[in-house]
Design a protein around this ligand. Structure first.
Ligand code: 13P
Ligand code: SF4
Length: 321
């Protein structure tokens, strides 16, 4: 994205954003993987499920979704009457991109009579082909709400799908997609860290490879990892998910030590999602000011995609998630 600088000092963005927000009756929803300053200015910070739940309930006229494109799309699908913006239109998702709609359609045709369960990290077009959407917070419970005998296709994340298969004893047919961030964690380097911090608990997102999940002390969505960190008696944690979550962990547990799990690339100490990190305070300010980039979803696709998302929200609500 080619933008000229706004001329504002970094400290001025906060005030300017607050002003625009109240003028336009806007709400800022941010994912835990956003930069610290964006998390701090957001009205709400949460995981993918919580962002969808907030979007579905808000009275605001405008939603600025500080996250990646599929999160903005989910908000727009749930709130067609509202205007939804994301600070950088290039903030995509390698996992969502690993599932192109024409190929997924051909894949589904090979498995007639299968229920289609899709991770929320998908385009609106994939959701339109789906029976029920899940996030990492509710995937286990939603899969288990179907009879064991029911044939299921699960996509696009093969690691989350494998993990759910392993804990449920199911044999869901999996789409072969993955997230480039969560697949990058180095088991060797995490085990090295364990030697330095033998008491540290390993927290892992289920998008990580199964070899890493095997030795994790807790596996769960970003909100689940956060909850575990807060309630666990452990004092140190090695965190195998995008390092943005460490901001909230450290805020809620100032006396505990959080160590970002290192990726395979030894030149970097932590693992950041390059898409999530495209959003900045300056882009957030400009997006509110100029009302662009806006999330637009084709109405026919939107109507089809809304059903499996609403189904997810209803089941989650029933289960108290
Ligand atoms: P959750 O927000 O469900 O933990 O998922 C993480 C993720 O990969 C978002 O892109
Ligand atoms: Fe997508 Fe992975 Fe980035 Fe999440 S961390 S937005 S799954 S690329």
């Amino acid at each position: 994205m080619n933008i000229k600088t706004s001329g504002l000092k970094n400290t001025d963005y906060k005030q300017a954003i607050e002003k625009l927000k109240s003028k336009k009756n806007a709400i800022i929803l941010a994912h835990y993987y956003q930069t610290n300053d964006i998390q701090d200015i957001a009205d709400f910070v949460g995981d993918s499920l919580a962002l969808a739940q907030w979007a579905s309930r808000t009275q605001a006229d405008v939603i600025v979704l500080c996250g990646v494109h599929f999160m903005g799309e989910t908000a727009k699908i749930l709130c067609p009457e509202k205007r939804v913006f994301i600070p950088d239109s290039d903030a995509g998702c390698s996992l969502a991109d690993s599932c192109p709609v024409d190929q997924f359609e051909a894949f589904l045709a090979q498995y007639p009579n299968h229920t289609v369960i899709s991770y929320v990290n998908t385009s609106a077009a994939i959701k339109a082909l789906t029976d029920v959407v899940v996030t990492s917070t509710n995937a286990y419970q939603i899969v288990e709400s179907f009879p064991k005998s029911m044939p299921i296709i699960f996509g696009p994340d093969r690691n989350l799908g494998n993990y759910i298969n392993s804990i449920t004893g199911r044999n869901m047919v999996l789409w072969d997609g993955a997230c480039h961030v969560h697949e990058q964690f180095s088991i060797e380097r995490i085990l090295e860290l364990k030697k330095t911090y033998p008491q540290a608990s390993v927290l892992a997102h289920p998008e990580c490879k199964s070899a890493l999940l095997k030795f994790a002390d807790h596996i769960g969505s970003t909100s689940s990892l956060l909850k575990f960190a807060v309630t666990s008696p452990a004092k140190a944690f090695i965190v195998a998910t995008e390092s943005g979550i460490l901001h909230e962990m450290q805020k809620q547990c100032p006396d505990k030590l959080f160590i970002p799990a290192p990726p395979n690339d030894s030149t970097c100490a932590c693992n950041e999602c390059s898409f999530m990190r495209l959003n900045t305070m300056e882009k957030l300010y400009r997006c509110l000011r100029d009302e662009t980039p806006e999330i637009i979803v084709d109405e026919t696709v939107r109507q089809k995609a809304e059903k499996p998302i609403r189904r997810m929200l209803e089941i989650s609500n029933r289960l108290g998630l």
